[in-house]
Ligand binder design. Structure first.
Ligand code: PRP
Length: 220
């Protein structure tokens, strides 16, 4: 049997996803070893293979078809804009993409002058300001700790993920506008969905049922 291959965004998302998959009988004991540095895991019995990839590379592995299925955040999907099918919202990893800054910057978002926007997500930031708001911006790509930019004067505002809001609060920043809600998604390679239709369909049906089951338990 051909391996059905998963590319998982390594870290919290991969752990949470494997815990969910375990409920539908998809297991990989090897991956549970906290000391392992391995990036490829297999379950020979079930014909499954798992890659642990950097989140922004997951859509690439899936688009090229070396992974049939990917688990990754909607933020990464919007930023990478790859050709693949987004088939299921897993609901977890829920947070928001927001325009944030000091309260004083709120006015700058209403005027039609060029502002500086720092972000780890230059595509999302550009799309939001140019297409949705019709405002000219200069995008400054950063790779992390983006909240620093408006505080030290590198940018007027940032476009970044807000989860609990504590990073913003602790740096004297606030949400100025919401760009979109985010959460973990399952994506599928376009050819795989046809060639492995039965296995992938069965997997998605099982995952959706497990999610519903979790939801029901939570509301009880
Ligand atoms: C993310 C994000 C925010 C923060 C939001 O950064 O870019 O900085 O988490 O979370 P909060 O609202 O719960 O405070 P991450 O921790 O991934 O680090 P990075 O900024 O270095 O990328």
């Amino acid at each position: 049997m051909r391996y059905l291959t998963f590319a998982l965004a390594k870290g919290r998302l991969a752990k949470k996803s494997m815990a969910l998959f375990e409920k539908i009988g998809i297991t990989c004991d090897e991956m549970k070893d906290p000391t392992t540095r391995k990036l490829i895991f297999t379950n020979e019995e079930l014909g499954l293979r798992f890659f642990l990839a950097k989140p922004s590379d997951v859509p690439t592995y899936v688009e090229y078809g070396v992974a049939d299925i990917g688990v990754v955040g909607k933020d990464t999907l919007l930023e990478e804009n790859r050709n693949l099918y987004e088939v299921l919202d897993l609901g977890y990893g829920a947070c928001k993409m927001c325009v944030c800054g000091p309260e004083e910057a709120r006015d700058l978002l209403k005027r039609n002058e060029i502002i500086r926007v720092a972000s780890k997500y230059p595509v999302i930031a550009k799309n939001y300001f140019q297409n949705k708001k019709n405002q000219s911006v200069e995008i400054i790509k950063l790779n992390g700790s983006v909240e620093l930019a408006p505080v030290v004067g590198l940018a007027d505002v940032i476009v970044d993920i807000v989860e609990t809001g504590s990073t913003l609060r602790e740096n004297g920043l606030t949400v100025l506008e919401e760009v979109c809600p985010l959460s973990a998604r399952i994506v599928v390679n376009q050819v795989s969905l046809k060639m492995e239709h039965t296995r992938i369909r069965a997997f998605l049906t099982d995952v959706a049922a497990a999610l519903k089951d979790e939801e029901e338990k939570e509301t009880k």
